[in-house]
Structures are given as C-alpha cells and as structure tokens.
Ligand binder design. Sequence first.
Ligand code: GUN
Ligand code: ZN
Length: 462
Amino acid sequence: MTGSSPISIQVYKASIVHSLSLNQLEFIEHGAIGVNENGRIVFVQNLAANPELNIANSAHIVDLGSKIIIPGFIDGHFHAPQYSFIGTGMDVPLLEWLAKYTFPHEAKFQDAEYAQKNYDIVVRRLIENGTTTCSYFATLHLEASKRLVDIVQKHGQRAIVGKVNMDRNSPLYLCETTEQSISDTTDFVNHVLNKQDSLVHPVITPRFAVNTTGKLLTALGKISREYDPKVRIQTHMSENTKEIEMVAEMFPKSSNYAQIYDRHGLLHERTYIAHCIWCSRGERGLLHTRRTGIIHCPNSNFSISSGVLNVRRLLNEGVKVGLGTDVSGGYSPSILDAIRQAITASKMVSIGLGSDADKSSSSTGERNIPESFEELSFAEAFFLATLGGAECLDLADTVGNFTVGKDFDALVVNSQSEGSRIDVFEGDTISEIFQRFLFLGDDRNIEEVYVKGKEIKSALKK
Ligand SMILES: Nc1nc2[nH]cnc2c(=O)[nH]1
Ligand SMILES: [Zn+2]
C-alpha cells in the first residue's frame, strides 16, 4: 500500500484495470482504491498480495464484488452543437458536409436558450456513456458557449470548452469579424478562468485553417501564450484531401498544413489536433517537436470518408495520441465505439489499406518495400481512451489512471448489469471479461461514473 490515509476516506473494493503506459495494462483482480474527501486517490492496493487495509475506523468501505473499476473515458474531440443531428447526413465528404448540414445547424446556437436545452441533452448522454472528461467545440456564439460551461458544471463532468473561431469561408450567418472573434475569445477565456473551477478549462478553438485568417490565427496563438500556464488550443488538421488543397492555396507561404499553424504560434505542448490523417513525415516530426497531441477520431474518419489514420506510426514516432468521437462527423457518442473503430482502422493499416501522404508524395519511381505496421491491441486502444487522452489534453497529472495523488475519475463496470449484452462463461478471467466489455459492452454496463470522487451518473435520473 502506498500513500497516507486521512481520516475520512472512501474505499472501493473491486477488480481494477488501468494503464500504466501504452504497453502496460495492470489487472488487479482483488483490489482496493482509497479516495479522500477531496476526491484524490490515496492508495491502490492488491488485496491478494496484501489483504489488510491500513485505514482509520471512519473509512467507508464499498464492496463492489466482481465489478471492475476502470479510469473514466476521455473524449478529446466532441462538437456539442452537432449532437442534435447525430447519425444523419453522412452522405457527403467534409467540405460539403460542413456546408450542407453543419453550418446551417450550428447557426441555430445563436439562440442561447436553444443551446442550453441541446447542451443539457448531450452532456447527459456523454456521462451515461462514461465520458468523465470531454474536450468540447461549442459554436462561435459567445453566450451559447458560456451556457455549455454552465451545463458541464451543473452535471459535474470534467470538461475543456472552446468557443469556436471562424472569420472567413463560411456563410454570413455563421461568420464573425476578426476583431469580434478575438474579443469574444478573450472574454470567454477569462469567463471560464474566473470560475476557478478545477474541473472546467477554456480552450482556444480555431475551427481549421480554411475558416480562419492569418491575422486571427496569430492573435489566437498570442492569447494562448499570454497566460501561465498556456491556454490549451484545439483544432482540426489534414482530415480530408480537398481541405488540404484548399489550405495550400490560402496559405502559399507555408510549405505544409502543420507549418501554417506553427508559423502562427499555435503548436505547443497544450495543443491537440483532431484527425491529422494525411500528415507527411515532416509534419509529424514538427508535431512531435512541439509536443502537440493528435486526437484520433476513427468513426468520423470512416463516416465522412476522410481516410484511415496510421496510429502505430505516430506512436512509433513518439507523438502523443488520444481518442475522440468527433460527433457528429462520427455517429457515436461512446468512447467504447472509438476504441473498437481505432482497432479496426489499425487492422486496415496493417493490411496495407491505410492513408499515407508519404507514399503518395514519393514519386521517385523506385519500388519501395512497404513498411508493415502492427495493429493496435485492446490494451493499447484502452490506453488511448484514458491515459493517452489525458496526455494530449495536458491532464495526465490529474487523471488517466489510478496513480496515487490523481483525482478519482472512474467507471464501475458490471458485465452482468440489467440488460447487459455480455455473457460470462465459467472460467472466464478478468482480462477476458474486460475485453468483452470493450467490444460488446455499452452504457448499461457502466453503472457508476465518478469525477473527482463524486458519482455523477445516478444524479442524471433525478
Ligand atoms: N469532422 C469535422 N471536421 C471539421 N473541420 C472543420 N470543422 C469540422 C467539423 O465540425 N467536423
Ligand atoms: Zn471535429
């Protein structure tokens, strides 16, 4: 047992599964986690090796039997306003999809009351599905973005929220002036920081290079670096080949997409970018040097026909990677789905069906021996959904696994919950039951959801 035991602690006895690193998944079949009044983990104990709990009398013990405690899921990329057209409109690729469905829909969030109603529905749905931390894109509307912050605070979810910036190449009904965009962003960032709520953070959110002028990008980079620590930045990059062609014409002085963001001061260790499917070797190297993370959104990459990201290569190159649902480019709000689709995407890459900018740009005529890439294991995909995401979002000191001193953000998983679609067979090991949850489980198996020690799922029913 590690750490001290303050007077009033909550002890959860259960099986424990969490990632220590990309390659290390720890299973503690008979475990206990101690959580103090501040929601911090004070000990993690293997009861098989060390059955005595060294705790004060006032500790409250919750015996969860054969249920499994895992770290809460981290969704590194979610568009809150897009939830209300989830599962529809996936008949066209990105640029057409934005014009045909997304922009008209996001324009409705001009109405803060409409936004509030919709945001309440989506935040509830994410908590149901075990997303304890979510990085949200709101819309460009300041008041509606503030309402999203209020809603996540009401429900107790850990969240990073961004007011979207877009000052060109969108319809007039969803476009702001550069000056308005800068002043509303400053207002939004200060509004969230002034709350001094350790669970909610602002993030600078330029939609993507297509929708932003160089002047705006420079100003946003500057805002992010003016604060200590730097304010996070999230955006999209190299999702779709037409998008990349458009961006190259718009920013002719930069030799590639990543360089555009870099030249405007947007790439740093608190930046994380969705997609990056078509990044060249040079761009990946730049992201690695800047310690910028990539959020892999496989459902969206398939659903709006963007491409198949080679995650293995990014991991081999030392780039930080997390998972995102990218609703509603992606049709599922569940990180379990992102885990499954990340594994499927990695299998496509391993059989030579990945998207590869390096391959298409090598026109030397020489016959290259194709590189082989190992598919992701379930343990690696789970890492991306938890600790990997925490690293991208600069939250790894606080969440992502059950290290003493981190906050207790956790899910109680019951393979035999009411309505469960998971069958358990005689002799199944904890690893087998856990894997079956990853591939067959759903929100019905996620019985309790904790953020900073507080259970937030049961309150949704009230
Ligand atoms: N998937 C996705 N890509 C984008 N690129 C710019 N905006 C968006 C968006 O809303 N969704
Ligand atoms: Zn997105």
